[in-house]
Design a protein around this ligand. Structure first.
Ligand SMILES: [Zn+2]
Ligand SMILES: [Zn+2]
Length: 467
């Protein structure tokens, strides 16, 4: 008998974390993600584990995004010493992501503590440090897709390509107890079928229990080719208005997709004289990791790119400028028009994009292009929802820039793709929806019932099931 307890990404998108327990495998954590939104220091200080980290035997990690991996340093800080089982590309990306995330936290905490000291308040102790990132990296156990990896005494697991970001995986865990075999499949985040850089999510057909993400359970995306046209038109209009474009982008996945599409527009002669800036040391580092794996990624275009551009997305876009240092980043402020600025963070919860907003969000000639999901409570969501003013750095800014969303660049399956992926399982498994906001989950649950007569459960945080 095994139990799964849903500890995060339950009726919400971020904080993915599920605890799998059985006598044969002990206690295995599937993902150890961070919630996103609000003040980073407060949020991180507030996150609490619902278990003793020292009691966890292993972590199985679906992919490197922080909403799936961000609390691993804290887990190690509080006593976890087991393996972090993931794909090899995830292990490479994880080191970059965690170094960046913990580095930001440590700097923010120092600032908060200076303020606390001035106000006579108690100082906060760090809940993790850079040493914990080193521990996570040491504990990483990277595998190839489809390798069979032993888990505890009586189980094994396999990763399958989820097509979401580099290294992203669908996790299949096979438990063998008392002569009985049970299969648990966790979708992780599922990619979009027609993504330029990623493969299609692997279709599996057998599971007893299925946990499936539902981020876009209530809508479909436009195709990626239409999206390139949409991007071209927005750029053209902004160019004619004499403005600049700001693109808050996730360092992993969206940024590389964007560089690829901008490269394609360049070769079609459609990029005017835009200067493109990648203003994120992390995104620059991640793009280099992508370059090393480009040959394994998808599509005719990519194969062409591998030969011609020596496996480099950077070289594919000749007008690309890399801004790794703060001075290079600040120099972008002096450009009056014609700059496309790609900067983190993807949901505008921190990072350099906010500094660019400060310079340009109040000017109607400029455009902001969102390329990914904006979770509730993030600055990105506030802007997408049409706020007339926003607060940043303790001041109010009027939002006059044009705001666009390119849903077609999403890294997630849309509703149609989710339905098709779930339909691949025969006979129907016991299915639970995770990683989605309640509205999207309700719509998807209805569709699964109407189209496939599949009754799903939508667990709340703290719920568990026995199988
Ligand atoms: Zn993800
Ligand atoms: Zn996610």
């Amino acid at each position: 008998m095994a139990t799964i307890t849903f500890l995060g990404a339950a009726q919400e998108v971020t904080g993915s974390c599920h605890l799998l327990e059985s006598p044969g495998i002990g206690r295995v954590l599937i993902d150890c993600g961070m919630h996103q939104g609000g003040d980073a220091v407060e949020r991180i200080q507030d996150e609490q584990f619902a278990f003793d980290p020292a009691s966890i035997d292993a972590v199985v990690l679906s992919h490197a995004h922080l909403d799936h991996s961000g609390l691993l340093p804290r887990l190690c800080h509080e006593g976890f010493t087991g393996p972090v089982i993931c794909t090899r590309a995830t292990a490479e990306l994880l080191e970059i992501m965690l170094n960046d995330s913990v580095g930001l936290y440590v700097r923010d905490l120092e600032r908060t503590n200076i303020r606390n000291a001035r106000q006579g308040r108690p100082l906060l102790d760090p809940i993790y440090t850079m040493e914990d990132v080193e521990a996570v990296v040491r504990q990483c156990d990277g595998h190839r897709y489809r390798d069979t990896v032993p888990l505890g005494e009586s189980a094994s697991l396999r990763f399958y390509d989820a097509g979401h970001i580099l290294g992203s995986a669908i996790v299949e865990i096979t438990l063998r107890e008392h002569g009985e075999k049970k299969v648990l499949v966790f979708s992780g985040d599922l990619g979009k079928g027609d993504s330029a850089l990623m493969n299609e999510p692997t279709v599996l057909d057998r599971a007893d229990v299925l946990l499936v993400e539902s981020t876009y359970g209530d809508r479909d995306h436009r195709g990626e080719e239409d999206t390139e046209v949409e991007l071209r038109d927005i750029l053209r209009e902004t160019w004619q208005a004499g403005g600049n474009v700001m693109i808050p982008a996730f360092a992993v996945g969206r940024t590389q997709d964007l560089l690829f599409h901008l490269g394609c527009l360049h070769y079609q002669g459609e990029l005017d004289n835009w200067q493109v800036f990648l203003d994120s040391p992390m995104a620059i580092a991640v793009t280099r990791v992508y370059d090393r794996w480009l040959k394994l990624l998808d599509g005719e275009d990519i194969r062409h790119l591998s030969d011609v551009h020596k496996n480099s997305l950077e070289k594919f876009l000749p007008t690309l400028n890399l801004a790794s240092g703060t001075e290079e980043s600040m120099a972008i402020n002096r450009i009056r028009s014609g700059a496309i600025i790609i900067a983190g963070s993807g949901m505008c919860t921190g990072g350099r994009i906010r500094h660019h907003f400060k310079q340009r969000i109040w000017d109607r000639r400029n455009t902001i292009i969102f390329t990914g999901y904006q979770a509730r409570g993030t600055l990105g969501r506030v802007i997408v929802d049409g706020a007339k003013t926003i607060r940043m750095f303790g001041e109010e800014y009027v939002v006059k820039a044009r705001v666009e969303t390119l849903g077609g660049l999403s890294a997630h399956s849309g509703q149609r793709e989710l339905l098709a992926w779930v339909a691949g399982f025969q006979p129907q498994p016991r299915t639970l929806l995770v990683h989605g906001e309640p509205t999207a989950q309700d719509v998807l649950a209805d569709r699964l019932w109407q189209d496939q007569k599949l009754k799903v459960r939508i667990p709340a945080r703290g719920d568990s099931i026995v199988f």
